[in-house]
Structures are given as structure tokens and as C-alpha cells.
Design a protein around this ligand. Structure first.
Ligand code: PLP
Ligand code: COI
Length: 336
């Protein structure tokens, strides 16, 4: 018997028992179906297996104290899925159809939505199924779209412990024009440097800083935070435009923070953390405080090495909206 219970299961390791699925064939998306989660029959020549035509999304539904269930910024995530599909020349899914598929999966998984601080993680996945191993420079003309759901708690093991982050100034996370595309190949590309940093530096995460400029972590954006001030890289094609990042930056002025979006260097970051804070933002990461930066063989403590007061304040402001204990002034939630 394993002692794994949902509450201590690693992020994403358990799924609810239902998925929504649709296929793109003969130039159109078919009507979607709800099915038991299980294997999908696919040809071994399928485009995705050879040429990596795949993209996905990740966002959450939250159960409020009154039992109602609410999706956070679903429209924005669906728009990003469509943008990823366009970049990879995959058939673009219809936004309304994806939203309907998500709603149907959440509705059928209602009893599996964890109480706060847990959530139901939604994972739409789009991949090319055209069976043609010669199609290396031809887009797929068939595809499959699936929506999975997973009850989740903390993404980073160790709960609220401050993270140690290795500053990777040489290896890049992905090809520079694909940073804003949420495609599996980017995560495959980041795996080697991430495992090396874990093994050699005992780091929890890697912060990619190509050419000495701070970019993003393997599965989260990066914010440098101080009392009344947030600094983060400005949007460009080299990294994922996080919905959590956008939400925090939009809330920041209401909470008295000035937002500065610009490129900054590792040297500047090391100076910043003498007194400032650092954090990783993302759907899975929420806003996770960084306690240590690792550069080469040097260690730099971030502030007092604990999760900073401003990081905690911003995280609570965000999760209070998500969990329905603060008003949703931006219209970010959709009740299912
Ligand atoms: N950057 C990467 C590489 C990610 O995988 C994620 C997570 O989705 C993010 C940033 C944060 O994006 P979001 O806040 O939309 O979840
Ligand atoms: C997310 O926050 O949705 C992510 O992309 C993390 C995921 C790779 C586990």
C-alpha cells in the first residue's frame, strides 16, 4: 500500500476520472465528448510523436467556502492556447468550444475540487495526429484536443519553504522565438539544465538568465519585489507571458506598488536581494518566495533568507480573490 493521499500526492500525479476530447479532421473541429480518462488511440506516425506539434495550458478552478466553484482567468488561458497553436501551425481551437469542454470537465469533477488552499488544475492539451513521417516541414492537418483535470496542492515540494534558485547564464530554456509558446518541447529543453542544477547545486529551480539578463524560471515567471516596488522583465518573445504575472502586476498599483517592466541583469538582481525580495509566479507556483540565489559556486541570501513580507502580502491578495474572500474587481472569475 502506498501512503499517498490526494493531499500529499505530487502536483499533477492524480487525475479526476473524466476528460473532454475532440478531433480536428477534414478541416474542422468535431463535436467534443466527455469520456472516462484513458488511453487515446494514435498512429505511431502521428505528427506530434515525430515533429513535436503540441501545446498545452494550465489554470485552476477554486472551491469557495460556500461550495461554489470558480475558474480563474480561463479566457486568457484559452487565448494563450490559441496563440500557441498559431505559432506551431496547429489547427486553432475555437475559444467557445474549449471553454465548454473545460466547464463540462469541471462540472463532472465537482466533488474532486479540493478545499482551499487546494484547487482543481485544468490541463487543455492540443497535438498533431496527421500520420505522415515525411511531414517535417508540413503542418499537421489533423489534431486532437483533450482537457484533463487534476486536484492539486503545492507545486514545490516542501510547502511554503523559501526556494533556492540557480542562475543559469549560459544554457537557454528554449529557442528564443518560442519562449511565449507553451509547448512541451520547451520543457524538454529545460530539463537537462534543471536536473544539473538540482544535482550539482542542490537548487530547487533554475532561473534562466541568457547573456546575463534575468528571464524566467523553468515553469514560472520571476519578480523582484521591494516595499512599494516590483521589477520584472518586460514582455518579449523569449519567455512565457504568465497570467499570474499579469494579474499581480494589475493588482500591484491598487496595493501601493510601482511596477517597473524592463530588462535587468544578474548583477543588478544580486544587488537588489541585499535588501529586497524575489519570487516565482505562475499558476502552479502561485507566488513562491526565493530565499537563496546560486551563481556559479557562490550563494547569495535573499533578504533575511525567509519569504519576504511583500511576497506574502501579494500572494495573499491574489489567493483571496481566487478563493472568494476578496472581491473580484477585475472580473477574473467564471462560476461553473
Ligand atoms: N513561465 C513558464 C515557463 C511556465 O511554465 C509558467 C506556467 O504556466 C509560467 C511562466 C507562468 O504562467 P501562468 O502564470 O500563466 O501560469
Ligand atoms: C503551470 O503553472 O501551469 C505550469 O506550467 C507548471 C507545469 C509545467 C507543472
Amino acid at each position: 500500500m502506498t501512503s499517498t493521499t490526494p493531499q500529499n500526492a505530487p502536483f499533477g500525479s492524480i487525475l479526476t476520472d473524466v476528460m473532454a476530447i475532440t478531433w480536428y479532421r477534414k478541416g474542422q473541429w468535431e463535436t467534443s465528448e466527455l469520456k472516462a480518462v484513458g488511453p487515446i488511440e494514435m498512429h505511431p506516425a502521428a505528427h506530434v510523436l515525430h515533429y513535436g506539434s503540441e501545446c498545452f495550458e494550465g489554470f485552476k478552478a477554486y472551491k469557495w467556502a460556500d461550495g461554489s466553484v470558480h475558474l480563474f482567468r480561463m479566457d486568457r488561458h484559452i487565448e494563450r492556447l490559441r496563440q500557441s497553436a498559431r505559432s506551431l501551425l496547429l489547427p486553432e481551437p475555437d475559444a467557445n468550444q474549449v471553454a465548454e469542454m473545460v466547464r463540462a470537465v469541471v462540472d463532472r469533477s465537482r466533488s474532486a475540487v479540493p478545499d482551499a488552499p487546494g484547487a482543481l488544475y485544468l490541463r487543455p492539451l492540443l497535438f498533431g495526429t496527421m500520420p505522415n513521417i515525411g511531414a517535417a516541414t508540413t503542418p499537421t492537418d489533423e489534431a486532437c484536443l483533450v482537457v484533463l483535470a487534476s486536484p492539486v496542492w503545492d507545486y514545490f515540494s516542501g510547502g511554503g519553504r523559501p526556494l533556492s534558485v540557480y542562475l543559469e547564464e549560459h544554457a537557454t530554456r528554449c529557442a528564443s522565438h518560442l519562449g511565449m509558446v507553451k509547448t512541451g518541447g520547451n520543457y524538454a529543453a529545460a530539463l537537462g539544465p534543471t536536473l544539473a542544477a538540482r544535482r550539482d547545486k542542490n537548487a530547487d529551480q533554475v532561473l534562466f538568465c541568457p547573456g546575463g539578463e534575468v528571464q524566467e524560471a523553468g515553469a514560472a515567471n520571476f519578480l523582484a519585489i521591494k516595499e512599494g516596488h516590483i521589477l520584472t522583465r518586460g514582455l518579449d518573445s523569449t519567455f512565457l507571458h504568465g497570467v499570474t504575472r499579469d494579474s499581480l502586476l494589475r493588482m500591484a498599483p491598487e496595493l501601493g506598488y510601482r511596477v517597473e517592466e524592463r530588462n535587468f541583469t544578474v548583477d543588478e538582481l544580486i544587488e537588489w536581494v541585499k535588501t529586497g525580495e524575489a519570487a516565482l509566479s505562475g499558476t502552479a507556483a502561485v507566488l513562491s518566495g526565493v530565499g537563496t540565489l546560486l551563481r556559479g559556486d557562490k550563494r547569495y541570501q535573499v533578504g533575511d533568507g525567509e519569504i519576504g513580507a511583500n511576497t506574502k502580502r501579494l500572494r495573499t491578495a491574489l489567493t483571496s480573490i481566487q478563493h472568494g474572500t476578496a472581491p473580484d474587481r477585475h472580473g477574473w472569475l467564471t462560476r461553473v
